[in-house]
Design a protein around this ligand. Structure first.
Ligand code: ADP
Ligand code: MG
Length: 255
């Protein structure tokens, strides 16, 4: 099976005034459709840097990053964002919602970037918000949401335009246990039922059961021997309540 993302011998050095910071060294990683990778490791180990490079938000200093078969190292600064828009849904560590736009408009904006506009955008935005149980908050402003609700808007936004890869930076960090599990069940279903490739950076041991593979990082490298950690499997819909599940199914059919 072709990898959704293929990373080969990638290194990244941040150039700082005081000197260079080596953030990644010699990373190899394949992300395939239908699996959830949990990217774990201590703070500063390079998780966000690697996720950003895979998401075409940041360039590697050296090495190869192929997204949907496209070698991103060969792309110009103008071409790179188009690959991100077409193939990647990114959930940032902060929520990155626009405070002056309503919840619905935040999702509509993400759809607009993918050329879905007007009444179709409204309908799709509402559907994506239903997936994360926030359909009723369409006209609410982000400042009136809890942290967990903001994160769920960020998840809905990442699903806009049906990207083949979902990358999430600590998506459950601000969530209570139940909400965190709902978000992770959504990630799990996107991979297992709809063939998306999913990478989740997490410190949260509560979400381990939703992953297929743990990739453990330390000091900018992948720790050998940790790549294939066995994770107990959950049956489908073990966590997602039936009512949400039905809405989810209806919406994701359209993804
Ligand atoms: P993690 O997400 O695992 O906490 P990061 O990828 O954020 O790790 O950071 C890896 C290393 O790169 C750390 O030493 C961090 O201080 C450094 N770093 C991250 N972003 C920048 C930046 N924009 N400029 C300089 N150094 C950075
Ligand atoms: Mg980080």
């Amino acid at each position: 099976m072709q990898s959704a993302i293929s990373v080969r011998n990638v290194s990244k050095t941040y150039e700082e005034g005081a000197g260079n910071v080596p953030a990644l060294q010699g990373i190899d990683l394949d992300v395939v459709p239908g699996e959830v990778i949990l990217l774990m490791g201590p703070s500063g180990s390079g998780k966000t840097t690697l996720l950003s490079i895979m998401g075409c938000i940041l360039r590697a200093s050296s090495g190869s990053v192929r997204v949907a078969g496209i070698e991103t190292a060969d792309l110009s600064e103008k071409e790179l964002p188009a690959v991100r828009l077409q193939h990647i849904g990114f959930i940032f560590q902060g929520f990155n919602l626009f405070p002056t736009l309503t919840v619905g408009e935040n999702v509509e904006l993400a759809l607009d970037l993918k050329s879905v506009r007007g009444s179709k955008a409204k309908q799709e935005a509402r559907g994506l918000l239903d997936v994360v149980e926030l359909g009723q908050k369409y006209d609410t402003f982000p400042s009136d949401l809890s942290g967990g609700q903001k994160q769920r808007v960020a998840v809905a936004r990442a699903l806009a335009g049906s990207p083949s890869v979902i990358l999430a930076d600590e998506p459950t960090a601000a969530l209570d246990g139940r909400t965190g599990r709902t978000v992770m069940q959504t990630m799990h279903n996107l991979a297992h039922k709809h063939g998306r490739a999913v990478v989740v950076v997490t410190h949260d041991s509560r979400v381990l059961e939703f992953g297929d593979r743990i990739v453990h990082m330390e000091d900018g490298r992948i720790v050998p021997g940790h790549e294939e950690s066995p994770i107990p499997k959950i049956p489908p819909h073990a966590v997602l309540p039936a009512a949400i599940s039905a809405v989810y199914e209806a919406q994701v059919e359209q993804l």
